[in-house]
Ligand binder design. Structure first.
Ligand SMILES: *Cc1c(COP(=O)(O)O)cnc(C)c1O
Length: 381
């Protein structure tokens, strides 16, 4: 008999029944007062939970569109942008910004390491930048950037906005927009919110909204804050058709988050991340990210000697566990495992047990139950 499929890639992540049910509802008119109310409550909850006095935008599109939206509304041609890159997604901002005629400087870390905060600070002292981008968790490396520390350091650079790509972090790693001095935070629904792909979420603090105002008319149309702001304040107005069922699905995800509590949710992710990483190391894998800067939302898992990546992931797939391959130099050497959002104990235990079986079937010496045992012990602490 075939096993159920568990999507354990770093996004999309497993979607709970109650969220699926919202996707399956009969569509409503976007002007339906009940839908308008739902949309309004969603925006208000997102503002409250991520603590900003600024604005929230929920717009159909992916995380990449949210990256574009952040840049388009805060920078203009000729501005200087400092990109702090911890991997593939950090680098994505380079092409994105250069196409808009923005002057880009890049501080890159070796994969698995971070750019030290002091290095960002001295770069900011050298030259005036209108903004800095940083990926909170770079999905290609599993590195978690010290966003809170970066935000604190940037208090001395009041004219420089901090743009945080939270696509693999938001709703899993701790983020409070105004408290952490973040000016723009962006994400997509398919990662730690545990909703199918389709919506971009963007928080813009007061300073970012001021910056948007100072830019006047921008070249972009669909992602312009000015086009969407009236709708975010009053969703009965029309600009472009909202993704009705996605809005409901995200609202259900936010209800789950409210019930769990943000602090409890962040703590759960930390505990789960540590326990999964300890279990994987116990099985002979190593984790790409430096121990001091590991994400709790996913693990980038390097194979021990003698494992064929395609074969190993094929064995997992056969048994119903889907993981992602490594990117760039780590293609074939590593797999990427998501453990964020609404994944539960059953999913995690089943995943580890299946990884053990795949090791066994790959001819590796493995003590069956060892990874699961380490995980359970860590979770009981
Ligand atoms: C997944 C991801 C993106 C891209 O999001 P899409 O929804 O695939 O466009 C951007 N940044 C990070 C850190 C990601 O993990």
């Amino acid at each position: 008999m075939k096993n159920k499929r568990l999507v354990m890639i770093p996004g999309p992540t497993p979607v709970t029944r109650s969220i699926q049910d919202q996707m399956g509802r009969e569509v409503a008119a976007f002007g339906d007062p009940a839908f308008v109310q739902d949309y309004k409550e969603l925006i208000s909850d997102l503002k409250t939970l991520w603590r900003t006095e600024g604005e929230v935008f929920v717009v159909a599109g992916t995380g990449t569109m949210a990256m574009e939206m952040a840049i388009a509304n805060t920078l203009k041609k000729g501005d200087n942008l400092l990109i702090v890159s911890h991997g593939f997604f950090g680098d994505r901002f380079i092409d994105l910004a250069e196409r808009k005629g923005i002057t880009v400087d890049v501080l890159s870390s070796e994969w698995g390491q971070i750019v030290p905060v002091a290095e960002i600070e001295s770069k900011l002292k050298e030259k005036t930048y209108q903004a800095v981008t940083v990926s909170h968790v770079d999905t290609s490396t599993g590195v978690c950037a010290p966003v809170e520390e970066i935000g604190k350091m940037m208090e001395q650079f009041q004219d420089t906005l901090l743009i945080v790509d939270g696509v693999c972090a938001t709703a899993g790693e701790k983020e409070y927009v105004d408290d952490m001095n973040i000016d723009v935070l962006l994400t997509g629904t398919q990662k730690a919110f545990g909703v199918p792909p389709g919506l971009a979420i963007l928080w813009a603090g007061p300073k970012a909204m001021e910056r948007r105002k100072s830019l006047g008319t921008i070249p972009e149309y669909y992602v312009d804050f000015d086009k969407w702001l009236p709708i975010m304040h009053d969703p009965s107005k029309y600009f472009a058709t909202p993704a009705i069922n996605m809005v409901w699905a995200l609202k259900e995800s936010v209800n789950i988050i409210k019930e769990e509590g943000t602090e409890a949710r962040y703590a759960r992710h930390q505990r789960t991340g540590k326990a999964m990483q300890a279990a994987l190391e116990g099985l002979g894998f190593s984790i790409l990210a430096d121990k001091n800067h590991r994400a709790s939302t996913l693990s980038n898992v390097i194979y021990p000697e003698g494992i064929d990546d395609a074969k190993f992931r094929g064995l997992l797939y056969e048994e119903g566990i889907i993981v992602a391959g490594g990117l760039a130099a780590y293609a074939g050497k590593m797999f990427r495992l998501g453990h964020m959002g609404n994944v539960d104990m059953h999913d995690l235990v089943a995943t580890l047990a299946t990884i053990e079986r795949a090791l066994y079937r790959s001819g590796q010496p493995v003590e069956l139950g060892k990874g699961v045992g380490i995980f359970m012990k860590e979770m009981l602490q």
